[in-house]
Each structure stands twice: as structure tokens, then as C-alpha cells.
Design a protein around this ligand. Structure first.
Ligand code: PLP
Length: 352
């Protein structure tokens, strides 16, 4: 089969060697005669997987002492609710930077046990930029933001300045570049963008925040429940955690965050250069806020959409259709997408 250049926004491309190793584990894991999918999550084989996955996260992201790493179920969408439950304090108010659909969904959840306050928003321009120069009220328990806006193709280039406890949904850019974890009280990310298959959700939790909520938290939503049991309170998402571990091994072996950050910058530079040089294409996001992960663009002459789409198909480029709320095209260039795939796309654009 011809190679497909996979620009899917998520679930998305993972390294080929990871798929090969994962498929072996499905048939016979660690020579146990059992599939990874039919063994107890309490078996030594699986406990070792969970521990290696957790420790690779710490190593690769240089997570400081005093943080716990968890692989839980529920997706980032349950993270919206968990974050609010666990971080409510005396004000029972959370502050939100409303930078898109996901940010807005996170905000909505805080109203279940407290109050969500919109600190800044870019909704006035269909979320095509990152708000700047806003002031943050002090009567808030935390500030929440979305580091990369998967749908709109915008990305925070620096961590928001605040004295408040900081929460971040890093679903679509975690492991893509260096981040100072010590700035955060809570980070969460669905695995299926840059880490592994759908099913697991990564949490990086500052231990100090555990057990401090001002509201009563249902057991499964309390991060302390899971931290106390080393991410094994209930059955963890075993396959997704395992494949995430393989992807982290791949990342480490190739040179870790420094390597992937340079590679991601090279991919983004190549594609944005063509968008800016070619009069048929126009970037959808404000230039200074452009995402290195999700590149959104439109055609300046929509009558040529069919021609472009056909050329994409002929070149085996898949997953480039834009999200319905932005239109146009979106090239998601997560970690495992090679530079060669971006070159193939740019070569097609040059013929337009
Ligand atoms: C995909 C995505 C989500 C939703 O993740 P689920 O795991 O499907 O709940 C949330 N936030 C961001 C930034 C995303 O890209």
C-alpha cells in the first residue's frame, strides 16, 4: 500500500514502529503467552508498564519533585470537570481564557460546583488570536487556559503571567516543545493527539493541591483518589497507557523534547512559508499566535477547492479538511508526522 500522509487532528498519526510493537503485545505480551488485553491490570507485567509510562513522562518533561503523574480514563472532556472540582477554593470561582471550543467547554463545567469567570476571550474574531493585555481579577481560585487551540490553529507562545494557581489543557501540544512544569498546579491532556491512542488521559498534578478543594468531590473525580493508588484505583486504560509508553520510549530514544521541538518548528516553518508565499492560500490565525501543531488556512479562490482536494487525494494526503467551525483546511502536524509528509503537501500547494 502506498504511504499515506496522515494529517488527522486526532486520533492521529503515531510512529510506525510503535504500531508494530503494539500489535505484537496484542498477540503475546512479554512472552507470557497472554495478550496484553487479557491480563490483569494488577499483574506485574502491566504494573511495570504503568510505572514506566509515568516515569517516562517525568523524565521527558523534566517534571520537578512534588508532582504526580496519572493515566486515567474519561478524556480531556472529563478533565474539564475534574480540574474545576479539584481546584475550587474559598472563592468558588475559576477564571478562564476563552480561546475556542475546548476552552469554552472547560469553562462551562466549572458552573457545576462553582462559578466560571471569563477573564479574556477571542470569540469576537472567531478565536483566530490569543487574547493579550487583559487583567486578571484576584478573587479567583485559579486560572485555566488551553495551550493549543486545535480547531483554530492558535497557540500560546508563553505561559500566562499570574499569581493564581494555573491549570492547563495541553491536549494538543503536550510533548511537542519544552514547558516549565513548575509553573502549573494541574495539567491534563487526552492521549490521542501527541501521546498515544484514544482512551488514556494524562494528568500532571502538583501534590500540594490534593485534598484541598472547598467542594465535595465524587470519588472518581477526586485526583487524590487516583494519586493515592498510583493511578490504579480502578482499571486503567491498559492499551492506551501501554502504547503511550511505547511512544514515549520512541521520543526519548530519538532525542526527547529538544529533538521533537526542533523537528516541529521545521515542519511548521516549511508549511507557513508556502501559505505566506502562495497567493492562493491564506493563514486563518493571527501570525504571532500561529500553532506549530494545527495549521489552519483557506483558499483565496474557493472555486479551486475541488482541484486542490483532488491533488491532495492523488498525493495520498489524508485528514486535511478543516473543522466545520472554521472551514478551509487544517494540517495537524503532531509529533509523529515526518518532515517528508510536509514536503509532499507543500509540493502539491506549489502546483496550485
Ligand atoms: C481533542 C481535545 C479535547 C477533547 O479531548 P477528549 O479526550 O476527546 O475529551 C480537549 N481539549 C483539546 C485542546 C483538544 O484538542
Amino acid at each position: 500500500m502506498a504511504k499515506v500522509h496522515n494529517y488527522s487532528a486526532g486520533p492521529c498519526i503515531l510512529p510506525q514502529e510503535v504500531f508494530e510493537e503494539a500489535s505484537k503485545a496484542v498477540l503475546n505480551f512479554n512472552n507470557s503467552g497472554l495478550s496484553l488485553l487479557e491480563m490483569s491490570h494488577r499483574s506485574k507485567d502491566f504494573v511495570d508498564v504503568m510505572e514506566e509510562a509515568r516515569s517516562l513522562v517525568k523524565e521527558i518533561l523534566e517534571v520537578p519533585e512534588g508532582y504526580t503523574v496519572l493515566f486515567l480514563q474519561g478524556g480531556a472532556s472529563l478533565g474539564f470537570l475534574k480540574a474545576a472540582y479539584n481546584m475550587m477554593r474559598t472563592h468558588k470561582k475559576g477564571g478562564y481564557l476563552n480561546t475556542g471550543v475546548w476552552a469554552k467547554k472547560a469553562l462551562k463545567e466549572a458552573n457545576f460546583m462553582g462559578e466560571a469567570v471569563t477573564v479574556a476571550s477571542s470569540e469576537d474574531k472567531n478565536f483566530n488570536y490569543i487574547p493579550k493585555g487583559y487583567s486578571i481579577p484576584s478573587d479567583l481560585d485559579y486560572l485555566h487556559y488551553t495551550s493549543n487551540n486545535t480547531i483554530y490553529g492558535t497557540q500560546f507562545k508563553s505561559i500566562p503571567e499570574t499569581d493564581l494557581p494555573l491549570i492547563c489543557d495541553m491536549s494538543s501540544d503536550i510533548f511537542s516543545k519544552k514547558v516549565d512544569i513548575s509553573k502549573f498546579d494541574l495539567i491534563y491532556a487526552g492521549a490521542q493527539k501527541n501521546l498515544g491512542p484514544a482512551g488514556a488521559t494524562l494528568y500532571i498534578v502538583k501534590d500540594e493541591i490534593l485534598g484541598k478543594s472547598s467542594v465535595k468531590i465524587p470519588t472518581m473525580l477526586d485526583l487524590k483518589t487516583h494519586a493515592d493508588k498510583d493511578s490504579m484505583f480502578n482499571t486503567p486504560p491498559v492499551f492506551s497507557t501501554y502504547v503511550s509508553m511505547l511512544t514515549l520510549r520512541w521520543l526519548k530514544k530519538n532525542g526527547g523534547i529538544q529533538w521533537i521541538e526542533a523537528r516541529n518548528e521545521a515542519k511548521a516553518a516549511l508549511l507557513y512559508a508556502e501559505i505566506d508565499a502562495n497567493p492562493l492560500f491564506k493563514g486563518a490565525a493571527a501570525v504571532e499566535d500561529r500553532s506549530n501543531m494545527n495549521v489552519t488556512f483557506v483558499l483565496t479562490d474557493e472555486s479551486r477547492t475541488e482541484e486542490f482536494t483532488k491533488k491532495l487525494n492523488d498525493a495520498n494526503i489524508s485528514g486535511l479538511k478543516g473543522h466545520r467551525s472554521v472551514g478551509g483546511f487544517r494540517a495537524s502536524m503532531y509529533n509523529a508526522l515526518p518532515l517528508e509528509s510536509v514536503q509532499v503537501l507543500v509540493d502539491v500547494m506549489k502546483t496550485m
